[in-house]
Design a protein around this ligand. Structure first.
Ligand SMILES: [Mg+2]
Length: 236
């Protein structure tokens, strides 16, 4: 009868990340290539007819070789999307949820875990995703596009924490302060997600849509499907 606690203990020692995930009070998801299958900004660029130029810049930004704010400014200065184009993109090509994410978020909500979406993408698109996942809109942290009164592109809100490199880490700090979370988990595919831990208590690398080698190598727990995370929650 001494076996059970021993097994439990060893599991915790071998895999602290899994233990933190099972007992987390908040779970934060990256959005592009994590909760949704594609990169929102690339889809927007394609829709506005400047896909190739922007995809290349996104790839560099994801690899962490370019300052995030600079990369965002440069890409948006090429896209220059109007409010109407953004709305039409959401209607004509709504973001595609990654298989299993809806079930996982539902399960976390059932367990009383707070779920957040933390994105370097755009609020108008991320809010659409949040609604589908029953995540309250005040649990969304993302960048805000600005438009002139006539709907033309007018830049982006440079005061949001998510416009800076290291911005997701700042959001983790903010959430700990605001809600008093003890265990907060970040899940994502990119370098900016990995960087958020610490202050996040644990990081889970997600390779279900795209595998970024640097992230994979530096993740103590790397999964390629949300089913793996659901399964983990079934253990006590
Ligand atoms: Mg991502």
């Amino acid at each position: 009868y001494h076996l059970m606690p021993l097994i439990h203990l060893s599991r915790c020692l071998i895999s602290p990340t899994r233990a933190v995930f099972r007992s987390a009070d908040a779970v934060c998801f990256d959005v592009d290539s994590t909760v949704i299958r594609e990169e929102g900004i690339d889809e927007l660029a394609k829709f506005c007819g400047v896909g190739d130029a922007v995809t290349e810049m996104t790839r560099k930004a994801m690899g962490g070789s370019v300052n995030f704010k600079t990369a965002l400014t440069e890409r948006l200065s090429i896209i220059k999307c109007s409010r109407e184009q953004v709305n039409k993109l959401i209607t004509d090509h709504p973001p595609q949820l990654t298989p299993g994410v809806k079930e996982l978020v539902e399960r976390l909500h059932q367990r009383g875990v707070e779920v957040f979406l933390i994105s370097g993408g755009f609020r108008c698109i991320v809010e659409h995703v949040a609604t589908q996942l029953c995540i309250p809109l005040d649990h969304v942290y993302a960048n805000r596009l600005k438009f002139y009164f006539n709907g033309e592109y007018a830049g982006f809100d440079e005061t949001q924490p998510t416009v800076e490199s290291g911005g997701k880490g700042r959001v983790m700090h903010l959430l700990k302060e605001k809600y008093g979370f003890k265990k907060i988990v970040m899940i994502g595919d990119g370098a900016t997600d990995l960087e958020a831990c610490p202050p996040a208590s644990a990081f889970i690398g997600f390779g279900g849509n795209v595998v970024r080698q640097q992230v994979k190598e530096n993740s103590s727990w790397y999964v390629t499907s949300f089913g793996e995370l659901l399964k983990e929650l079934e253990k006590i």
